[in-house]
Design a protein around this ligand. Structure first.
Ligand SMILES: Cc1ncc(COP(=O)(O)O)c(C=O)c1O
Length: 411
């Protein structure tokens, strides 16, 4: 990728367990139900590709005709539909996943001098949001099989510090963290749980949807996510107080019934979602079950076809969990060589995340970044994500499997 590659620019700008949001299959026929505005011309299988439908276009057109482009009924409808999907009583839409996390922490009452436990093996936004709320992120190590917060490590942190006010587990790659164990710890210590569900729309634990498993949860709708609004985010919660404060915070501290007025009760921000984005979100939410099924289908195909490939471990789906494969991430000691060889075979892969958060230059001044986190470090050295987006064709999937087998055979 070169400096002038706009796909690369987009990847750097947001995160996102992201990757390019460009399509690679060249599907540009306007009569197709699926279309892609950024189709590339080579036959590289891309790591991510948003699937937008004509329905999203006509919904956006309706909003344009209606003329209410910023906050409004379209956003309220999206919030209500997403809350129903997660089986919670409230949803508050935001401009992106990072602002959702920040607003949720403010709504949960996080203050300067507080500390919140999170994963060092995530997109930097998980920890940045804690700092934006004036608190200190404290990193606990991850489980080596699931890459999500290890409850034993969290218990050690809770025992060692008396300034922890909450836990911020990350449902990484589409797999929920160990919420039963983390919720029990949170209850014992009287701290909140804020789910970072930015990569796990539709995932479940014991049949319960992520978004409903803690005091609140946050989602991102960046183009590479399991569903998109372009840029966008959303907070879900069953707590009336958190919903009220979050809705006010994202709207400059206005009261809920004063959306356009000038009565500002508390400090806030403009973190609102646009109606155009909400229109896309409503169309995408209808298709989320289908997208997740396609991701799961490809994941089980890869599981079957890659089982036994020497030097490669396929991902884990613990009993009782429904993984929604935002990423299909294998682990291998030959990661960098394998990535290069796959790229030469026109299979785009990605590393989420090569540098754990506590090793980021932006965290040099954060005292808790000096923690010993061996599993996060090992994960960062060995993980590699393969294309698993819902617009992969059977031929694409077969090509990925053939390329992986071929590469690992010759290592
Ligand atoms: C785990 C995680 N948390 C937070 C975010 C932030 O979301 P956004 O890029 O929409 O701000 C992202 C994503 O990109 C993410 O992957």
């Amino acid at each position: 990728m070169t400096d002038t590659d706009t796909h690369t620019d987009r990847r750097i700008d947001s995160d996102p367990a992201s990757g390019s949001d460009a399509n690679a299959d060249g599907a540009t026929d306007p009569d197709d139900a699926e279309f892609d505005a950024t189709a590339s011309t080579d036959d590289t299988i891309s790591i991510a590709n948003p699937a937008l439908s004509e329905d999203a276009v006509s919904r956006v057109e309706s909003v344009l005709e209606d003329g209410m482009l910023a906050d409004g009924p379209e956003v309220r409808a999206f919030e209500s539909e997403f809350a129903t999907y997660c089986d919670v009583s409230h949803a508050v839409a935001t401009s992106n996943g990072t602002t959702a996390l920040h607003a949720a922490l403010e709504a949960l009452g996080v203050e300067e001098g507080d500390a919140v436990v999170t994963s060092p093996f995530s997109f930097v936004a998980s920890a940045n949001a804690i700092r934006l709320a004036g608190a200190t992120p404290v990193f606990a190590d991850v489980d080596p099989d699931t890459y999500t917060l290890d409850p034993d490590a969290v218990a050690d942190v809770l025992a060692a510090r008396d300034d922890i006010v909450g836990l911020l587990p990350v449902h990484l790659y589409g797999l929920a963290a160990d919420m039963p164990a983390l919720s029990a710890l949170a209850d014992d210590h009287g701290v909140f749980v804020l789910e970072d569900a930015c990569q796990a729309h539709g995932g479940t634990v014991a049949g319960e949807r992520v978004g409903s498993l803690g005091d609140a949860a946050c989602f991102s709708f960046y183009p590479t996510k399991n569903m998109t609004t372009g840029e966008g985010g959303l907070i879900t919660t069953d707590r009336d107080d958190v919903a009220e404060r979050a809705a006010s915070y994202v709207n400059h501290g206005r009261e809920a019934d004063d959306s356009g007025g000038y009565d500002h009760r508390s400090l806030g921000h403009n973190y609102r979602l646009t109606s155009l984005a909400a229109a896309i979100g409503r169309a995408q939410l209808e298709r989320l079950p289908e997208f997740n099924e396609a991701r799961r289908d490809t994941a089980s195909y890869y599981d079957r076809e890659l089982e036994g490939v020497a030097g490669l471990e396929t991902p884990t789906e613990p009993d009782g969990y429904r993984h929604v494969y935002h990423q299909y991430t294998v682990r291998t000691p030959h990661r960098d060589t394998a990535q290069q060889a796959l790229s030469e075979r026109n299979v785009e892969t990605a590393i989420y995340y090569e540098t754990p958060i506590h090793r980021q230059p932006a965290y040099e001044t954060i005292s808790t970044a000096a923690a010993d986190l061996p599993q996060a470090e090992r994960a960062a050295e060995t993980v590699l994500s393969l294309p698993v987006h819902p617009t992969l064709s059977d031929d694409d999937r077969r090509r990925v499997v053939d390329a992986v087998r071929d590469v690992f055979q010759s290592l």
